[in-house]
Design a protein around this ligand. Structure first.
Ligand code: SF4
Length: 450
């Protein structure tokens, strides 16, 4: 949904080797366009040149609004990486004893202040406050890229999936827990790594497999191979990817996002039993799969209650809470014809502050809906995320302050039901032990705990 808008992923990363250097910039451009739902404030790419040098460009804003024809001119090289971000411009280029390289990552470094101080004590200086630079500097302290990336496993608390562009090829790695997704694809002599499988469809690449938690891979003209590890632990795949973050056309750890979302809806429908309603409707976009699943399980007709304005573009600048809410409000309009006099099951992925779902319920009722029953794919969010999602504090979460009945009263719906944690996990189809569920349980995952 156009969420309470504090709930945003930080980044999407992409890396590509192609034997055809003429198209590489363009293909990275389209790939990061396809990953932009993971972070909209900045975008960028770095490409190798024919002589092995690295050319990088970053922009503030949407991919399609900011890249110029000049940016997309062939660089002559065969490797490139791309990035979309909520936090900071990436890729960042650094010069080290390993030579010039570009780095981009997705995640959150929970102990960045401490690590930065430690490096400063050793005589390092920083030109930005970006975590990307911090990661690059930590890696540069070691003798080569593999040992540098390996050292992150011992030093970093938090999450990271990263790509590094060197003149020899692309390194990609996932933190030992594998919080952030990272997937490999190929077609003939083209090899890619991406936060999600979604760009592969556009580039006509096939999924090979997900990068394993803690695995370091290297991509060059010989293909993709494992070259090291940055630690091994029990995996903690972010469960929220399947509920909200990832695009419905992506596949994570072999589980299609759409399948999980439909399962969220069918679990809710099963719990509702023979509830009387006229239509099931989603809050677009991330409520769509859940509403479809509810409809398939219950037999209640699926109908769109909201129209998404095709010309409303999301602003990428950090707005005030009021202006962000206003933007979310104007982006969706109620289809009065579809909702008037109806008893509606309204599906959404999650409730953060509860402000947006309250608006939606009110708009439906103002348009003449007889009843609105809110159904939420996720269990209540009770803790901030320390691994990369922008849930910044407990205060932002309605479920830490109010009971379900109090939230129901505040949003003005007729009934409210969340999936239980058990149903949520079974809908994803992966054992709970392999998932990060911290924002639903409040139990933090330690990076180094086996
Ligand atoms: S705390 Fe929640 S949002 Fe953050 S990684 Fe874990 S499941 Fe994902």
């Amino acid at each position: 949904m156009e969420k309470d808008l504090f709930l945003e992923e930080n980044c999407g990363i992409f890396g590509l080797y192609s034997s055809c250097s003429a198209k590489i910039a363009e293909e990275i451009y389209y790939s990061i366009f396809k990953l932009q739902h993971r972070g909209q404030r900045f975008c960028g790419m770095a490409l190798t040149r024919e002589d092995g040098d690295i050319k990088a460009v970053t922009h503030k804003g949407f991919v399609r609004h900011t890249f110029t024809p000049e940016d997309l001119k062939p660089s002559g090289g065969i490797y490139g990486i791309g990035h979309t971000s909520l936090k900071e411009p990436q890729p960042m280029v650094l010069i080290s004893r390993m030579g010039k390289f570009a780095i981009a990552f997705s995640g959150n470094i929970a102990n960045s202040v401490q690590l930065r101080e430690e490096l400063k004590e050793c005589g390092h200086s920083f030109s930005t406050e970006n975590d990307t630079e911090l990661l690059g500097k930590i890696i540069s302290c070691e003798k080569d890229f593999v040992s540098g990336i390996s050292s992150l496993g011992r030093k970093i608390r938090g999450s990271y999936s990263l790509v590094i562009l060197s003149r020899e090829g692309i390194y990609a790695a996932r933190d030992p827990r594998g919080f952030k997704p990272l997937i490999l694809g190929k077609n003939g002599r083209r090899f890619a790594v991406s936060s999600e499988s979604r760009p592969f469809d556009l580039l006509n690449l096939e999924i090979i497999r997900d990068v394993r938690p803690g695995e370091i891979v290297f991509i060059d003209n010989c293909g993709i191979r494992t070259v090291g590890e940055c630690g091994t632990c029990k995996p903690s795949f972010c469960a929220f990817e399947w509920a909200y973050i990832a695009s419905v056309d992506s596949v994570i750890e072999g589980i299609p996002v759409m399948e999980a979302r439909e399962n969220f809806g069918s679990r809710l429908a099963l719990k509702d039993g023979d509830i009387s309603a006229d239509i099931v409707a989603p809050v677009p976009f991330s409520g769509i799969g859940c509403a479809l699943g509810y409809h398939k399980e219950s037999g209640i007709r699926y109908e769109e209650a909201f129209l998404i304005d095709r010309f409303a573009s999301r602003s990428y600048t950090p707005l005030t809470q009021e202006s962000r809410e206003e933007e979310a409000r104007i982006k969706l309009s109620v289809i009065k014809y579809s909702v008037k006099g109806k008893r509606i099951i309204l599906c959404d992925d999650s409730i953060v502050r509860g402000t947006q779902i309250k608006f939606k319920v009110r708009e439906l009722k103002d348009a003449g809906a007889r009843e609105v029953h809110v159904r939420i794919a996720c269990p209540p969010l009770i803790a901030p995320c320390f691994y990369g999602i922008s849930i910044r504090s407990y205060d932002e979460l309605a479920a830490t302050k109010y009971t379900v009945n109090e939230i129901l009263r505040r949003i003005g719906a007729d009934t409210l039901r969340y999936n239980t944690l058990e149903d949520f996990v079974s809908a994803i189809g992966m054992p709970a032990e392999k998932l990060c569920l911290s924002c639903f349980t409040g139990k933090m995952v330690e990076n180094h705990e086996k």
